[in-house]
Design a protein around this ligand. Structure first.
Ligand SMILES: Nc1ncnc2c1ncn2[C@@H]1O[C@H](COP(=O)(O)OP(=O)(O)OP(=O)(O)O)[C@@H](O)[C@H]1O
Ligand SMILES: O=P(O)(O)OC[C@H]1O[C@H](OP(=O)(O)OP(=O)(O)O)[C@H](O)[C@@H]1O
Ligand SMILES: [Mg+2]
Length: 383
């Protein structure tokens, strides 16, 4: 059943600062935790374990476990019906399986310290809270967008943008545009920011796409990924109607990171592993042999090609052979990382400069000397 509601008109947008921080070591939080203003009413000191919230069901669930497994952080669940589990590699950590919206709520109440949810859920239920910090904003799954959609037919047939929708004479104070959405915070905020005055919202738990055909709403605001559900219900997206682009994100409670022992260290380790894995999945390792007079001369040839720069430049090692009893290096082995998308171009460029015996292998992790997101996080925490 659809229910109408009043517009929350408070709009606040969190500002982020991106300045750099010199040290990359994990700063130590204050010795004794302070009181939390959580719904749990509990003191931060009441529990010693660190809690990570993961989606218990739905489309985020399996992909989240898969990502963690690929980071060598497999979640060990004794019983699939149990809501608590562990990641043996992360000591003192409890995994709690929760619905995505409850992960955000429990981070706010202090009952969880870390969580993985979609940006859409974070934005809707986190409502720009200063206490929620996005540690990794692009975990590369759960891609979808929160988008306004209207019927393809009737009075909307020639309406293709938010501007055109706003200008329709039909919407008045007495007869506002009726939008069905589960996003009752982001929906009104978006309409207000875009100057749509005569709008009311109704909410339902699912199958929103049916609302226009049932005559309950004029438009819907919902998640879209392939667009199939919209098309099959004769609905269309409009220009300027995307509220946000979403994917899975790692989030943490500011209070927990600052006050609870071990949370910052665990966050650091998770971030490092996630970054190392996510950076590696877009790359191949390429090894090849190349004839040359010296390592420098070979390196110069490689660096003359734009697709062969590697992460920090090529590794060039002599391949020693014995001719007439004399050991010489006529060949050099080169190792570079190339983006998967540029693989064929890289091979062409390698061949063009005399590369042979090209071997391609997958890359598992790329650990950088420092992780930019960690610097950013410390800066956001004022550490
Ligand atoms: N069509 C989609 N394609 C890709 N990702 C999606 C899609 N719909 C939702 N998501 C992402 O998955 C998250 C969880 O969606 P899911 O439908 O599994 O749970 P839910 O909608 O929160 O739960 P429920 O449907 O039981 O209320 C969303 O918050 C969003 O980030
Ligand atoms: O663009 P598409 O690929 O068609 O996906 C969009 C649909 O996916 C989500 O629903 P979900 O399957 O999660 O069902 P729900 O409404 O029960 O949450 C969303 O609410 C849309 O209905
Ligand atoms: Mg859903």
């Amino acid at each position: 059943m659809l229910t109408t509601m009043t517009l929350p008109l408070h709009v606040s947008v969190r500002s982020r600062s991106w300045c750099c921080y010199a040290s990359l070591s994990v700063p130590q939080p204050q010795a004794e935790p302070q009181l939390l203003n959580g719904n749990s009413g509990g003191r931060l000191a009441d529990r010693k374990e660190i809690r990570l919230g993961l989606p218990s069901k739905g489309r985020m669930s399996a992909d989240t476990l898969e990502l963690l497994k690929n980071c060598q952080l497999s979640v060990k669940q004794v019983n699939p019906r149990q809501y608590v589990a562990e990641i043996p590699q992360l000591s003192n950590l409890e995994v709690w399986f929760q619905r995505p919206k409850d992960i955000v709520r429990k981070l706010l109440s202090g009952d969880l310290d870390l969580g993985i949810v979609g940006l859409d859920t974070l934005s809707e239920y986190g409502q720009s809270s200063e206490d929620l910090i996005t540690v990794h904003e692009a975990l590369e799954y759960g891609d979808c967008r929160l988008s306004l959609a209207i019927p393809q037919y009737g009075i909307f047939e020639n309406v293709n943008s938010l501007e055109e929708l706003a200008k329709m004479p039909q919407w008045t104070e007495e007869r506002p545009l009726r939008v069905a959405t589960g996003f009752t915070y982001l929906g009104p905020k978006f309409m207000k920011e875009n100057g749509l005055k005569h709008v009311t919202f109704s909410t339902a738990d699912g199958a929103l796409e049916a609302a226009p055909a049932m005559g309950i709403a004029d438009a819907i605001l919902d998640l879209v990924s392939s667009g199939t559900t919209l098309r099959e219900n004769n609905l269309k997206e409009i220009k300027g109607g995307v509220v946000l682009e979403s994917q899975a994100v790692l989030i943490a409670s500011r209070k927990s990171m600052i006050q609870r022992k071990g949370v910052l260290e665990t966050t650091h380790e998770m971030l490092e592993r996630l970054e190392a894995h996510l950076r590696a999945i877009g790359q191949f390792t390429v090894t090849a042999n190349m004839r040359g007079s010296s390592a420098e001369e070979v390196a110069e040839r490689i660096l003359s090609q734009p697709s062969l720069m590697g992460l920090q430049g090529p590794t060039v090692s002599p391949v020693f052979c014995k001719h007439d009893g004399k050991v010489t290096a006529d060949y050099y082995a080169i190792v570079i990382c190339v983006p998967k998308k540029a693989l064929y171009k890289s091979i062409q460029q390698l061949r063009a400069i005399g590369g042979s015996g090209v071997l391609i292998s997958p890359l598992t992790y790329i650990f950088d000397e420092e992780t930019p997101r960690w610097r950013q996080l410390l800066s956001e925490l004022g550490l």
